[in-house]
Design a protein. Structure first.
Length: 135
């Protein structure tokens, strides 16, 4: 039996050399870990449409434009995800956790102290390469 692949739009929100991250609720898959915000891509949506919708619903920002960073396919064993990761530097609004989740802006050093799901490691590696910082 093949596992269903969950397609997810992920936003790496960047402002003043800081990154916005949210903590997953304990009852969620990979609960208690930090993540870059986003959510499932619905059947009729493009990645950019899903990203804009999810970031508006989840953290209250309006995305004006985004840039593809990388695509990650990761098998957790119990579920498989395909993450379409975009950098979001052009947005308006005040980012905050609107669904009761903990959230924060973190600089690079702080970001590296947080626990992320395994699939997010490639995002941190891509950011390290792009910004020329050590992990």
């Amino acid at each position: 039996m093949t596992k269903k692949i969950v397609n997810v739009a992920v936003g790496v929100i960047i402002r003043d050399a800081q990154f916005f991250v949210c903590k997953r609720a304990k009852e969620q898959h990979q609960g208690g870990l930090w993540e870059f915000p986003g959510g499932k891509i619905e059947a009729q949506e493009t990645v950019t449409e899903a990203l804009a919708r999810e970031l508006k619903e989840e953290i209250g920002i309006d995305v004006h434009s985004s840039e593809h960073l990388l695509t990650i396919e990761h098998d957790y064993g119990d579920k498989q995800v395909k993450l379409e990761v975009h950098k979001v530097e052009d947005f308006s609004g005040h980012a905050e956790g609107l669904e009761g989740q903990a959230s924060q802006w973190a600089n690079w050093n702080e970001l590296n102290q947080l626990a992320f799901p395994a699939a997010n490691v490639a995002i941190l590696e891509a950011l390290a390469q792009q910004y020329g910082v050590d992990q």
